[in-house]
Each structure stands twice: as structure tokens, then as C-alpha cells.
Design a protein around this ligand. Structure first.
Ligand code: CA2
Length: 147
């Protein structure tokens, strides 16, 4: 069964505890459970992780390139700042889907720019926790259509 890494960046461990108006009331554990359930339906093994550290995210991208079929990533604020994530996405040779809970384009201007997006296969944002489900389905479709 193909494995998809679902990677989460800084502060996403706080989900459900603060700012429910922006990010919804679900915790990251709730979202992990949703992803595992969707993975069961799609026939995908989901490896779901969160870190507050940029370098660890990069290490996980490298690890995924040897062991996973794709990555769904909510890189949090590193989306807007990390050249290292851009470079890792370009380097690893497996599809990366960038995702966000909120519609970053409807928020502050500094969230409109993603350094990851030009290197990613595509971007999903604005659907709350359902963004994760959409990202998994996008990767699943890619796995079945690309050679
Ligand atoms: O909308 C998203 O998913 C974001 O990736 C979330 C990031 C933000 O920096 C991006 O611009 C958009 C922030 C995640 C922080 O999550 C919190 C959750 C609860 C309380 C405070 C922060």
C-alpha cells in the first residue's frame, strides 16, 4: 500500500485550543483521525506528523523521498519564509501538495506569498480540515494517473 506523509509545521499543535474562528474547532489529533480514515478508504498508509522545527520538516521531506509516494504538507508560517522547504520540494522527486486550513489569500498580505507553491504540484487552501482530505485525494489521483 503506498504511503503518504502528512506533515504539519509550526503551531499547528495548538489547533482546537486557540483561534477557532480562523482555524476551526478541531484538534490536530481530530484531523489525524480524519486522514487515517480517508487513507483507509483510498488504500493509502498515512504517516501523520507535526513539528515546530524547520530543519526537522526538511529531514522528513528527505525521508519521504526514500519511502513515500507523496507528501501533503501544511507548512504553517514556514510556507511564507522557507527557501529550504522550496529547495527540498524541488529536490525529492515525489509530488508535494501544499495545503492550508484557512484561505491565505483572504488574510494578511504576508500570507499571500508562498515560497513552497512554485515547487509544489498544487495548492489547496480555505476548506478547514477538509483541505487535508482534498490534498489526499489529489495525491491519490496523481498516483493513479502519472507514471
Ligand atoms: O491556514 C493554515 O493552515 C496556515 O498554514 C496556518 C498557519 C499560518 O501561519 C499560515 O499562514 C496558514 C498558522 C498555524 C497556527 O495555528 C494556530 C492554531 C491555533 C492557535 C494559534 C495558531
Amino acid at each position: 500500500m503506498p504511503t503518504i506523509f502528512v506533515l504539519n509545521g509550526p503551531n499547528l499543535n495548538l489547533l482546537g485550543k486557540r483561534e477557532p474562528g480562523i482555524y476551526g474547532g478541531q484538534t490536530l489529533a481530530d484531523i489525524e483521525a480524519m486522514c487515517l480514515e480517508e487513507g483507509r478508504k483510498l488504500g493509502l498508509t498515512i504517516d501523520f506528523r507535526q513539528t515546530n522545527h524547520e530543519g526537522l520538516l526538511i529531514d522528513w521531506f528527505h525521508e519521504a523521498s526514500g519511502s513515500a509516494a507523496g507528501i501533503a504538507v501544511n507548512a504553517g508560517a514556514y510556507t511564507h519564509t522557507s527557501v529550504a522547504l522550496h529547495d527540498a520540494t524541488r529536490a525529492i522527486g515525489i509530488p508535494v501538495v501544499e495545503l492550508h486550513l484557512s484561505n491565505v489569500h483572504a488574510r494578511e498580505e504576508f500570507r499571500h506569498k508562498s515560497l513552497l507553491a512554485p515547487a509544489a504540484k498544487g495548492v489547496i487552501c480555505g476548506f478547514g480540515a477538509h483541505s487535508y482530505i482534498l490534498a489526499l485525494n489529489a495525491l491519490n489521483t496523481l498516483l493513479h494517473t502519472s507514471k
